[in-house]
Design a protein around this ligand. Structure first.
Ligand SMILES: [Zn+2]
Ligand SMILES: [Zn+2]
Length: 418
């Protein structure tokens, strides 16, 4: 027990953390490029926020939240998704008084859901997400979608499809719920037990069911797009028009409903076949009622989120383009006590010049040091002993070619291209 991380959690280190950092750097670059700024919200919030913000009929709230009372007897919940916390922050800091839209992203934010642990699904996982608040225009939907599309493209993810749908405003959705409930009612006995429950509480969720028998029935369900009023239809059409103008490919899929209650109008998913069963790599949509629901003023908003674990799994399954090799610029070997001390100082000074230098801090023999230098992928090495110090000279060895060059100790930095 003591030496094993809790089920559904894991350590990320070594070659794997390099991949995370590579993807994170790409994400930051794309967000900053689109004028989206980072926000870091707390890992836990008042439970009430998620009951309001995520929806009391969702699986997340019903089954998956890590909720506990703290020592002050307040009900606290570990963040099960990223949007509600940002909605809270938007209200708390009066962001509606700043120039709109407010465009924010969060990156590798620890997120917690009590789920069956499996590949790509952890109980503590990490999310990247973008939220754009303060605009009702369909152009804002498209800006969010386009950022996700650029990320997917620049990471080189293939076989991925953007699926688009509109859930309409609450009135349209009400009409659709009614039509859907009627349809489900007619097929109720053939649906799975979970769907029977959903029929009462939230029929929309039936469209999400992964059970084969439910999927089959749902194929013939009425389309939400037939229930949209004029305004919601116009909004959805404009989204498609701008996407087309941008050259971003999409398919309209009326079965996309997303797992959360707060979505209005546009919803979207990027779906791929690369990680076994068909999976959503990234999903999001518009949520115009959320800020109000959480106690703020009516505020148009749109965003998306993606699980970092899933994204990395997809990348690995597809191209494994990560190099993954550890490397260091130079290894500073040492002979004798003076050499040992000098090597520490030389390493420190090279690092100050931006060079990835390593030296012995364990007390290895010279032979073992050189073996180690090979293992960590050092491009160059030197060995410093009494003679080298006295004569201010070292033999700089290119570890790949074996070439050796005599240089001054103080000149190492000049000889290393990095
Ligand atoms: Zn409507
Ligand atoms: Zn079902």
């Amino acid at each position: 027990m003591l030496t094993q991380a809790p089920r559904g959690t894991r350590d990320i280190f070594g070659a794997e953390i390099k991949k995370w950092q590579e993807v994170e750097a790409k994400i930051r670059e794309i967000c900053e490029n689109a004028g989206i700024e980072e926000i870091r919200t707390p890992i836990f919030e008042h439970t009430e926020l998620f009951l309001r913000g995520v929806g009391e009929t969702t699986d997340i709230v019903n089954k998956e939240m890590y909720t506990f009372n703290d020592k002050g007897d307040r009900s606290i919940t570990l963040k099960p998704e990223g949007t509600a916390g940002i909605a809270r922050a938007y209200i708390e800091h009066g962001m509606h008084n700043m120039p709109q839209p407010i465009k924010l992203y969060y990156l590798s934010a620890p997120t917690f859901r009590y789920e069956k642990a499996q590949a790509g699904r952890q109980r503590q996982f990490h999310q990247f997400g973008v939220e754009m608040l303060g605009s009702l225009s369909p152009a804002q939907d498209v800006e969010a979608i386009s950022v996700a599309a650029r990320l997917i493209e620049s990471l080189g993810i293939e076989n991925i499809e953007l699926r688009l749908n509109s859930l309409g405003c609450p009135e349209c959705r009400g009409r659709y719920n009614k039509a859907l409930r009627e349809f489900i009612g007619e097929n109720l006995e053939n649906l799975c037990p979970t769907c029977k429950e959903r029929y009462e509480k939230n029929p929309l969720r039936v469209l999400d069911c992964k059970e084969e028998k439910c999927k089959k029935i749902i194929e013939n369900a009425p389309s939400v797009l037939d229930c949209l009023d004029e305004e919601c239809t116009a909004h959805f059409n404009k989204v498609q028009e701008i996407l087309t103008e941008m050259g971003i490919k999409f398919v309209v899929d009326p079965k996309i409903v997303r797992g959360l209650d707060y979505y209005t109008r546009t919803v979207f998913e990027f779906v791929t076949n690369s990680i076994g069963a068909q999976g959503t790599v990234c999903g999001g949509g518009r949520y115009d009622k959320l800020i109000e629901e959480c106690g703020g003023q009516p505020t148009g908003a749109v965003g998306f989120g993606l699980g970092m674990e899933r994204l990395l799994l997809t990348l690995e399954a597809q191209n494994g383009k990560f190099e993954n090799k550890p490397y260091k610029d130079i290894y500073i070997g040492a002979i004798g006590d003076k050499g040992f001390v000098k090597a520490q100082a030389v390493t420190y000074n090279l690092r100050k010049e931006g060079i990835k230098a390593e030296c012995d801090t364990v007390g290895r023999s010279v032979k073992a040091q050189m073996k180690y230098a090979n293992k960590i992928g050092a491009k160059y090495s030197v060995i410093i002993g009494d003679n080298e110090i006295a004569e201010d000279k070292v033999s700089l060895k290119n570890m790949e070619t074996g070439d050796v060059q005599e240089i001054k100790l103080s000149e190492i930095a000049n000889y290393i291209a990095h």
